[in-house]
Design a protein around this ligand. Structure first.
Ligand code: GLP
Length: 314
């Protein structure tokens, strides 16, 4: 068995029982997130190398147009014979982008033929055809209005008899499906992305999470009664989400201002799961003025946007 020293600790940690790590870190397989991270330090997964870009726009409709541009570019980039995968999010924040994509499909002929979609998360215990299951929501708000077959719309199975197994199976399905070109994200008022509540490991994979009471209250508006909001969910982990080639987080409204500031300008911490975007080589944060209100560097982000090179895309 290999031995190791902990910084600042004299002697072999394995000889000091109370300092022995609970798992043998030296014998763990390489963490997929760290593999992604170290690959990213040489070149970004989709060929871009950029800092987190913060795009501040007047209102939600403007945000929706920019997010739709990014998703439409990913679809266009797929090319013949390839099947780009788009990562979709629920909640109200992405809705303006979804409406814009539907408009472009109807009025401008934007085609999604061959596109696969993967959902971020799902409630445990709701049947797939429940109107508030995220599978139903994504279908209702987007995919049913596009030329995407239902068979190409994927998500965790929240109605599985064993949600723990369903979570592992979804993680495997995501790995087998290849890279997600663009993963769209909203943000919870407590900084969650997907349903990765504060305290989620920055390297977490798809798993079952227990919702905070705040998130259950925030999401109660979609249910007849607050008691109907499920307590458990299956969510892609922060490590899973980070494997996507491009992360696009969008938020609008004053209620998201503190969470957006913590994610973008606060410390990298499991206490604000969305801060994991700071590690990603290609992350774009598209927010309206109200959601940007607590950003200290807002003027710099506006200045950067104003002086973007003509061929410098999001
Ligand atoms: C839910 C979803 C998240 C989403 C969040 C915010 O909790 N699981 O993916 O980001 O809601 O939703 P909204 O945009 O409605 O505030």
């Amino acid at each position: 068995m290999p031995t190791g020293r902990m910084p600042g600790v004299r002697g072999d940690v394995r000889e000091i029982p109370h300092l022995r790590p609970p798992v043998d870190l030296l014998e763990q397989p390489p963490c997929p997130f760290h593999a992604n991270w170290s690959a990213a330090t040489s070149s970004a997964p989709d060929g871009w190398s950029a800092d987190m870009e913060v795009v501040i726009l007047p209102g939600p409709d403007d945000c929706g147009r920019v997010v739709a541009d990014i998703l439409a570019r990913a679809v266009g980039n797929g090319g013949a014979g390839t099947r780009p995968t788009l990562g979709l999010a629920t909640g109200s924040s992405p809705l303006t982008a979804y409406r814009e994509l539907i408009r472009r499909h109807r009025e401008e002929g934007l085609s999604f033929a061959g596109v696969r979609t993967v959902n971020l998360d799902e409630y445990v215990g709701l049947p797939a055809d429940h109107p508030e299951s995220y599978r139903s929501v994504i279908r209702r708000e987007l995919t049913a209005h596009l030329d995407i077959s239902d068979d190409d719309v994927h998500g965790p199975d929240g109605s599985a008899s064993d949600p723990l197994v369903a979570a592992r199976e979804y993680e495997q399905q995501l790995r087998d499906g290849g890279p997600v070109a663009v993963q769209l994200l909203g943000i919870g008022a407590n900084g969650h992305i997907g349903f990765n509540e504060p305290g989620s490991s920055l390297t977490s994979l798809t798993r079952v999470k227990t919702l905070t009471e705040q998130t259950r209250r925030d999401n109660a508006r979609f249910f007849d009664s607050p008691d109907d909001v499920p307590r458990h969910v299956i969510t892609q982990g922060l490590g899973t989400i980070s494997r996507a080639q491009h992360l696009v987080l969008t938020a609008s409204g004053a209620g998201k201002a503190a969470a957006v500031a913590a994610a973008v300008e606060g410390p990298l911490t499991a206490s604000c799961p969305a801060s994991v975007l700071q590690l990603h080589p290609h992350a774009t944060v598209v927010v309206d003025e109200a959601a940007a209100a607590a950003l200290e560097r807002a003027d710099y982000y506006r200045y950067t946007l104003e002086h973007k090179l003509p061929h410098q895309p999001f």
